[in-house]
Design a protein around this ligand. Structure first.
Ligand code: GDP
Ligand code: MG
Length: 371
């Protein structure tokens, strides 16, 4: 809740409830002692008493999701690259398509840099960047959706033209629909003798995905992930859909986003691939990641280069966390290490208690007590 009764507020301010009622009256709010006040009114009264109200007082500061909802200035929002996930039935060509896209767009100079695999990569398509999540689409979607984290802007549904709609194709459609993510169909393996794109179109119609050619609004792109045919067209369609979606972010905000994958490395300790979704992440930033925390020690981009900062829609691998987070965990940067540590430790504690089945709700009163 983001509200308090007049009596409760008076108690916090060490004033008589009747005095607060009077104060409210003075600012034009008629209220009784037991009346609930909204956040704005509470702020107004506190201001009047010269008490500074921090946002964190009224919201659960350990709930990382609340930082994603922080208000941003519209004027600071700029276009950001689309984050794309590839899904589809096993063997329909997801991995081949991801490889093929990467190969066509990574310049010769950069190619040598791809020594490691960070679970996501970014390409430059005619001056417009696109981020591809290189994780198995289903796993990414299910864990991330289970945690309520939205990371994907567009889903490419790969359907082999010689095989048609299969169980995992349907599963992918359901995931994308539930997450309200636009779907582009890549009709793959068009180079095969047995390719039958009409059958794919027909079968997908039964799932509400009707091609533009048939009067619907779903984009179908025939491709061959194997020989690269149609890839440029597919990238162009991604560009079109991104424009329609008007994807924006504020690079001046505190950085926040989602864990794509994480593991414990023998030499480097906890290593996590993060997708920065808003703000700019910098080396040295105090950070809370899931139920762990730390300071960004080193940051490596998708082609294995060390970077000092990463803006919206950029995947990076970081070290410096004190524990290993989980895929789908959210991360948020804080102003100082002390805050990050305190929030991280509370979250770890809450997770531990939740595991033990205890009730862990932090009440508003507790939060006020901590002031
Ligand atoms: P995934 O399970 O969806 O990741 O599928 P893969 O990318 O591993 O592809 C499965 C098989 O299909 C592999 O043997 C690929 O070489 C083959 N394959 C993928 N795309 C194409 C294509 O466009 N044409 C042909 N002929 N084979 C393809
Ligand atoms: Mg694969």
């Amino acid at each position: 809740t983001e509200s308090l009764t007049v009596a409760a507020l008076a108690k916090k301010l060490h004033r008589e409830p009747t005095e607060v009622v009077k104060k409210l009256f003075m600012v034009g709010v008629m209220a009784t002692v037991n009346q609930e006040l909204d956040k704005d009114t509470i702020e107004l009264i506190c201001e009047d008493y010269g008490v500074e109200v921090e946002e964190e007082i009224l919201v659960d500061s350990t709930d990382l999701e609340t930082y994603f909802d922080e208000e941003v200035e519209a004027g600071k929002m700029i276009e950001r690259p689309a984050v794309v996930t590839i899904m589809g039935h096993v063997d329909h060509g997801k991995t081949t398509l991801l490889d093929s896209i990467r190969k066509t767009k990574v310049t010769a100079g950069e190619a040598g840099g791809i020594t490691q695999h960070i679970g996501a990569y970014q390409i430059d398509n005619d001056g417009k960047k696109i981020t591809f999540l290189d994780t198995p689409g289903h796993a990414a979607f299910t864990t991330m959706r289970a945690r309520g984290a939205k990371v994907t802007d567009i889903t490419i549904l790969v359907v082999a033209a010689d095989d048609g709609v299969m169980p995992q194709t349907v599963e992918a459609i359901n995931h994308a629909k539930a997450a309200e993510v636009p779907i582009i169909i890549a009709v793959n393996k068009m180079d095969k003798q047995a390719a039958n794109p009409d059958r794919v179109m027909q079968e997908l119609t039964e799932h509400g995905l009707v091609s533009e050619a048939w009067g619907g609004d779903t984009i179908f792109v025939p491709v061959s992930a194997l020989n690269g045919d149609g890839i440029d067209n597919l990238l162009e369609m991604i560009g079109l859909v991104s424009e329609v979606e008007e994807l924006k972010a504020d690079p001046t905000r505190r950085a926040m986003g989602t864990v794509i994958e994480a593991e414990l490395d023998k030499g480097r300790g906890s290593v996590a691939t993060l997708l920065v979704q808003d703000g700019t992440l910098r080396v040295g930033d105090p950070i809370v990641v899931g139920n762990t925390f730390g300071r960004v020690r080193a940051m490596v981009n998708d082609i294995g280069r060390r970077v000092k900062e990463a803006g919206p829609s950029t995947p990076v691998e970081i070290t410096g966390l004190n524990d290993v987070p989980l895929a789908g965990d959210r991360f948020v940067v804080f102003e100082d290490e002390k805050t990050a540590r305190s929030i991280g430790e509370s979250r770890a504690q809450q997770a531990l208690q939740a595991q033990r089945g205890e009730k862990t709700r932090v009440s508003l009163d507790n939060l006020f007590e901590q002031m």
